[in-house]
Design a binder for this molecule. Sequence first.
Ligand code: FE
Length: 200
Amino acid sequence: MHDHDHADNEMDEMTARVRALETILTEKGLVDPTTIDTIVEAMETRIGPRNGARVVARAWVDPDYAARLRSDAVSAVAELGYGGAGGEHMRAVFNDAQTHNLIVCTLCSCYPWPVLGLPPVWYKSPPYRARAVKEPRKVLEEFGVKLPKETKIRVRDSTSEVRYMVVPQRPAGTEGLDEEALAALVTRDSMIGTALVSAP
Ligand code: FE
């Protein structure tokens, strides 16, 4: 029986590079592999965009919370137990009928990790970073978001000093949903501003 897979020979290039780096860093005693595992696990599960979705849902059902989120996002996010690295300077911007917010980091890839996890690959790509500023309406259309002409688009440039998250508009027809069901509707992209939230 020869049923084990030859994983080491079948790794894609990125996996191979990451594996090589990790091996060298570990052999040189520069990192502890369990630390890497802990960080990756946290990024994927504990601090992913589900955290942000819970913040958004709370803001939708609780106007007082929404007001606190608007005036001091760091504290409001901490009320739900989220914070830490990359979350020291978070700011929440609210979409409404007049204004749609779109997040970018024109310099690199600044992103509010505690509420959104790791940024998607396209967020870090030079074309997105350049075009989100120059032609945001066109970029949004490519993401499938067609806004009315009269809706103003505000492009928010994240930096290490201010990391934005979008609070999308609560979709019509969701009056009967509880907070948990609402959170399930909120996608990562809707909190970057490249998607809208739709009713189930
Ligand atoms: Fe950046």
